[in-house]
Design a protein around this ligand. Structure first.
Ligand code: SF4
Ligand code: FES
Length: 370
């Protein structure tokens, strides 16, 4: 029997006032008129709880761009789910936050782009955004809600990681996620401008380790390392179809939030398929579940049930084959692609390609092996 998922990622909308160059949303976004309505989301939340999910991450885009966000939080809470709002914070004020708390919101996860305001606003493509975020963070802690700060780090902000840790402490966050950019979705188009240097990575890792010791008991620091310097991949999503499921704004039920980038899938539609049927029976969730699908060199590898062959979306983005071993693994025949990408980023400038209405990025830069 398939074990139940721990959490549902509900991507309520792709609308967002920010334009982060590492956005993990698909390159082609769902239009507002195509989004699921309140009643359908509410039914999905009940199905998630029945399936065994304990938590729901209300995400986007910017989830508070939904006019019915209060109803959605109330519905998720009433279903018995622990509700986490993943937000940029720029659309919220104290009154709205109080209403969200009253509706049953349990936790807030707030993104920051940098510790330095001018750089933060440039990276997010939203003038004045950083100041709004700080004001919102204070409102969250004043309301007594637990706060996690999420800092996506890369070449253009990593040197200020110590300041970001100080900021998390100053704002009263209980947890800080320091997440190196993962290169799929829009981030792949900006890979060269975002890739950290080896020296930056080593400094950041040392900073995190020291801060974990210094601030033990006050601030938990999660650290997501960059695949391009790794010799073994991360266990993406805890394994395909094993711990999480996501529902896209248009209602596609997905094993990971980026899975719509993969061709050749018929992902179940939440309008016509229950979460349980999608999780337990669908071909899309079963295709990469477990170890039976794995190619060499994963077959028989001692780490097969630890990293599950790495990330399917990254495997596709870099090799064109979602069933390939993640090139982040040094045993992958495609591992040299990462070194080529690192070399290319050494020569790159700092300019970003931002999302513009109707604009798609250049095709993913799959580099030839030498
Ligand atoms: Fe993981 Fe496959 Fe590499 Fe083994 S060969 S470490 S299972 S990605
Ligand atoms: Fe989709 Fe890793 S992001 S499997």
């Amino acid at each position: 029997m398939t074990a139940p998922p721990l959490a549902l990622l509900a991507e309520l909308t792709h609308r967002c006032p920010l334009r982060c160059p590492y956005c993990s949303n698909p390159t082609a976004l769902t239009r507002p008129g195509e989004e699921l309505d309140t009643a359908t989301w509410s039914r999905i939340f009940v199905e998630a709880a029945d399936l065994g999910c304990l938590q729901i991450h209300l995400s986007g885009g910017e989830p508070t761009a939904r006019r019915d966000i209060l109803d959605l939080v109330r519905a998720a809470s009433t279903a018995g789910l622990y509700t986490n709002l993943i937000t940029s914070g720029v659309l919220l004020n104290g009154t709205r936050l109080d209403a969200l708390a009253e509706a049953g919101l349990d936790h807030v996860q707030l993104s920051i782009q940098d510790a330095e305001p001018t750089s933060a606003d440039r990276i997010g493509g939203y003038r004045g955004g950083h100041a709004k975020k700080l004001a919102f963070a204070h409102l969250v802690t004043e309301a007594g809600l637990p706060l996690t700060l999420n800092a996506v780090v890369h070449r253009q902000n990593l040197d200020r990681l110590p300041a970001m840790i100080d900021l998390a402490l100053e704002l009263g966050a209980g947890r800080l996620e320091v997440a190196h950019v993962q290169y799929y979705g829009w981030a792949l188009a900006n890979r060269d401008a975002l890739m950290p240097t080896r020296a930056q990575l080593d400094a950041a890792t040392a900073t995190v380790e020291a801060a974990r010791t210094t601030h033990r008991g006050r601030l938990v620091i999660d650290y997501v390392v960059p695949d391009y310097y790794a010799t073994r991949p991360k266990s993406c999503m805890g394994g395909w179809g094993q711990r999480f499921l996501a529902v896209s704004p248009a209602g596609r039920i997905l094993p990971c939030h980026a899975a719509e980038s993969l061709p050749g899938f018929d992902f179940p539609d939440a309008r016509t398929t229950t979460l349980r049927a999608a999780w337990e029976e669908s071909e899309a969730f079963n295709r990469f579940r477990g170890t039976g699908w794995m190619p060499e060199p994963c077959q028989g590898c001692a780490r097969a049930e630890q990293d599950w062959g790495g990330c399917r979306c990254q495997a596709f983005a870099l090799t064109g084959d979602a069933a390939a071993t993640d090139p982040a693994c040094a045993l992958s025949p495609h591992h040299a692609l990462l070194a080529l990408a690192l070399e290319a980023s050494d020569r790159a400038g700092e300019g970003f390609t931002y999302r513009e209405p109707g604009r798609l990025p250049q095709p993913a830069p799959v580099l030839p092996l030498a």
